[in-house]
Design a protein around this ligand. Structure first.
Ligand code: HEC
Length: 256
């Protein structure tokens, strides 16, 4: 038993550093998501099914739940959100948001299978997802020609490159310009947009923010409802404290 405990402690100690994410060249950016912003969530859902769902499923969400939470009618969902087929038929609004990508095919095609993103919002958090989608850069040494500063040697292609354009990683030794040259000499590597895309950087940021917002919502669809109920529960408890106090006074008044 003692041996077992020692080996468990050792295993844990070894696992802890492995859990930490790869060293980040670029700092994680703050994503100011707003789960109350239905328009942003609707746009995020549309972008997700159009650009991401070919590879990533949301196997813990159903289309009709998303529709109800985001204020969409079943018709709108059928028309705008459903493109995946199971057994040759378009998915129905009551179905789970799955796709046809098998883990085996994903692993063969990309090295690593695209993971299900149902809980990604809770696993990585909004800031990480937002920064990840903004951190792809050109890297001819990689099989797909791109890499990611936040997720080194990522298997995912830069799906949104036509919209964002292509970034390059500029190292500190790259020629710095102007009076700040000396100050820049010790600067950290940074991402520079070398080939503009169809969207301006501001538009691209908004798009990525919408997708992030949607993924965070999906990872905990009941959050807003829970918070709304929570306020009433706390209010009830506050009022009840007063009632309980006077009740206590009334019951005990003859005892002393
Ligand atoms: C062509 C297939 C493909 C498409 C389309 C795609 N991805 Fe990926 N994605 C991948 C693969 C493969 C990985 C796994 C990378 C790895 O582990 O090296 C991945 C990983 C990720 C991760 C990191 C998962 C983690 O925590 O390890 C996130 C987040 C992500 N994708 C989001 C998106 C979003 C958002 C979109 C749509 C804008 C998208 N992906 C579109 C293939 C794809």
């Amino acid at each position: 038993m003692k041996k077992f405990i020692t080996s468990m402690v050792l295993a844990l100690a070894m696992a802890v550093p492995a859990v930490g994410f790869a060293s980040e060249v670029i700092k994680v950016e703050k994503a100011n998501i707003d789960l109350h912003n239905k328009q942003s969530l609707q746009r995020g859902a549309k972008y997700f099914v159009n650009y991401c769902m070919g590879c990533h499923s949301l196997s813990m969400s159903r289309y009709n739940r998303v529709a109800t939470d985001l204020g969409l009618t079943p018709e709108q969902v059928q028309k705008n959100l459903i493109f995946t087929r199971t057994d040759g038929e378009l998915a129905k609004v009551g179905e789970l948001m799955k796709n046809g990508m098998t883990a085996k095919y994903g692993a063969e095609a990309f090295g690593n299978a695209p993971p299900d993103l149902s809980l990604e919002g809770r696993l990585r958090g909004a800031d990480w997802i937002y920064t990840f989608l903004k951190s792809f850069y050109k890297d001819p040494t990689r099989p797909l020609g791109v890499n990611n500063t936040l997720f080194a040697n990522v298997g995912m292609p830069h799906i949104l490159w036509e919209l964002q354009g292509m970034q390059e990683l500029q190292h500190a030794e790259a020629p710095a310009e102007g009076a700040h040259a000396a100050a820049n000499a010790h600067a950290e590597p940074k991402l520079v947009l070398s080939q503009p895309g169809k969207l301006s950087p501001t538009e691209y940021d908004r798009m990525v923010l919408d997708i992030t917002n949607f993924l965070v919502y999906v990872s905990e669809p009941g959050k807003l409802h829970r918070q709304a109920v929570g306020i009433w529960v706390v209010l009830f408890l506050l009022i009840f404290i007063v009632v309980a106090y006077f009740l206590k006074k009334e019951y005990w008044k003859d005892v002393h």
